[in-house]
Design a binder for this molecule. Structure first.
Ligand code: CND
Ligand code: ZN
Length: 353
C-alpha cells in the first residue's frame, strides 16, 4: 500500500462523508493485499472505521453532521427479499448501492479509484453510502469503536446470532485473532460452560483467556482428539476463524452429535472445503457459515457499544497497538506474523480518538 491523495466527489443524495477517527487492520484486507482474493485496482482498502459525520446528502435521515458513527461493509438496499425478511447483511442488491459506472466517488487525476466494500477506511475521509454507517452512543471512545464495524460484529454475532449459543453449551474457537477473540467473548456472554481456544500462537491463547476461554489448545495435529477428550465427546459449536480448509475440517470433526461447525474465516478465492460423509449423516451435525455477524448491523453495533460501556464486552484488550497511517504496511506485517490482535490506525484530533 502507498499513501496518496485522491479527490472526493460528493456526497450525493444517499451518501455521507465521514472524517475518520480510527481504522482497524482486519485480516480481510490482507487477503486482497497478498492476492488471495481479486479486486479491481487502484483501491482504498479498510472497512473497520469510526469517525464523525462531516456532510450528508439530501435523502439521509438516520445520521446528521457531527454524529459519531461506525462503518460496516454490510451495505443494504432495504427493498430486496433478504432485506425485507430481516437479513439485510445478505442484501441481494448491494451493488446498486455502488456509484454508477463513470461516477466513482473517489478519483485520482480524473481516473476512478475503487473502495473496498464500497468503504475505503484507510484514509482521512470516507465518502460512502448512508446504508453503510451506524450511529454509536456519544460517550463511546472512537479508537475502540471502529472494531464494532467488523471484528466485534462478526465474532460476537457468529456466536450469538448465527450459532445461538445457549447457557451451558460447549464451544471451540479455532483461530484467536481479532475476530476469533470476539467469538470467544460472544460465547461467554451467551453463557457457554466451556470455551476452548485453539491457536498456533501461545500469545494468542493467553489473550483468549482474557476474553473468556476456559481451556487452551495449541493448534496443529491432534487438536480434534484433544478437544474431544476435554469435552468427553465433542463440542456443541466449533467456529473456524482463519479461512483454511484443514481447520474447517477440524472444526467439523470435533463436534458432538447434533453440533454445528460455523465457518467464519474467509477462504482463498476459488478454493474448496471437504468433510467426511459418514459422520455428517450419522451424527446429524451441520456445517454452517456466518457473514458479518448474521445480524442487521445498525441494530447490533449500538447494542454492542452499550455492552462495552457497561463493562460487559472487552474492546480495550483487542487493541494491541495504536499506529499512524504511515505505519500501515508494518502493521500488516505484524498481523501476518500473528504478533498482534488488532492494530488500530488513529487520526489525531478527530472526535475523542
Ligand atoms: P488474524 O490474522 O488476526 O487471526 C487469525 C488467527 O489464526 C491468528 O491468531 C493465527 O495465529 C491463527 N491461526 C492461523 N493458522 C492457524 C491454524 N492452522 N490453527 C490454529 N490457529 C491458526 O485474523 P482476523 O481475526 O482479523 O480474521 C480471521 C478471519 O476471519 C480472516 O480470514 C478474515 O478475513 C475473516 C473475516 C470474516 C468475516 C465474516 O463476515 N465471515 C468478517 N471479517 C473477517
Ligand atoms: Zn473485517
Amino acid at each position: 500500500m502507498s499513501i496518496e491523495d485522491v479527490d472526493l466527489d460528493g456526497p450525493r443524495p444517499d451518501e455521507v462523508r465521514i472524517r475518520v477517527a480510527a481504522s482497524g487492520l482486519c485480516h480481510s484486507d490482507y487477503h486482497f493485499i497478498v492476492g488471495d482474493m481479486p479486486h479491481p485496482l487502484p483501491v482504498v482498502l479498510g472497512h473497520e472505521a469510526s469517525g464523525i459525520v462531516e456532510a450528508v446528502g439530501e435523502n439521509v435521515r438516520h445520521v446528521k453532521v457531527g454524529d459519531a458513527v461506525v462503518s460496516c461493509i454490510s451495505t443494504y438496499c432495504g427493498e430486496c427479499t433478504q432485506c425485507q425478511t430481516g437479513h439485510n447483511y445478505r442484501c441481494d442488491d448491494k451493488p446498486a448501492r455502488a456509484p454508477a459506472i463513470g461516477e466513482a466517488r473517489l478519483s485520482q487525476a480524473g481516473k476512478p479509484v475503487h473502495q473496498f466494500g464500497q468503504l475505503g477506511g484507510f484514509a482521512e475521509e470516507m465518502l460512502i453510502h448512508a446504508h453503510s454507517v451506524s450511529r454509536i452512543p456519544e460517550d463511546m471512545p472512537l479508537d475502540v469503536a471502529c472494531l464494532l464495524g467488523c471484528a466485534v460484529l462478526t465474532g460476537v454475532g457468529a456466536a450469538i446470532e448465527r450459532a445461538k449459543v445457549r447457557p451451558g453449551d460447549m464451544v471451540a474457537v479455532i483461530g484467536c485473532g481479532g475476530v476469533g477473540l470476539n467469538v470467544i467473548q460472544g460465547a461467554r456472554l451467551a453463557g457457554a460452560s466451556r470455551i476452548i481456544a485453539v491457536d498456533l500462537n501461545p500469545a494468542k491463547l493467553e489473550l483468549a483467556k482474557v476474553f473468556g476461554a476456559t481451556d487452551l489448545v495449541a493448534g496443529g495435529d491432534g487438536v480434534v482428539e484433544q478437544v474431544r477428550e476435554l469435552t468427553k465427546g465433542g463440542v456443541d459449536y466449533a467456529f473456524e476463524v482463519i479461512g483454511l480448509a484443514p481447520t474447517v475440517r477440524q472444526a467439523f470433526m470435533m463436534l458432538r452429535k447434533g453440533g454445528a461447525a460455523v465457518m467464519v474465516g474467509v477462504p482463498k478465492f476459488g478454493s474448496d472445503i471437504s468433510i467426511p460423509a459418514m459422520p455428517f449423516l450419522q451424527q446429524e451435525v451441520s456445517l454452517i457459515s456466518s457473514m458479518m455477524g448474521s445480524v442487521p448491523f445498525q441494530v447490533a453495533i449500538p447494542r454492542y457499544a452499550q455492552l462495552y460501556l457497561e463493562g460487559r464486552l472487552n474492546l480495550d484488550s483487542l487493541v494491541s497497538q495504536r499506529i499512524a497511517l504511515t505505519d500501515i504496511n508494518k502493521g500488516y506485517e505484524q498481523l501476518a506474523a500473528g504478533s498482534v490482535a488488532r492494530s488500530v490506525i488513529t487520526f489525531e484530533g478527530v472526535g475523542r480518538a
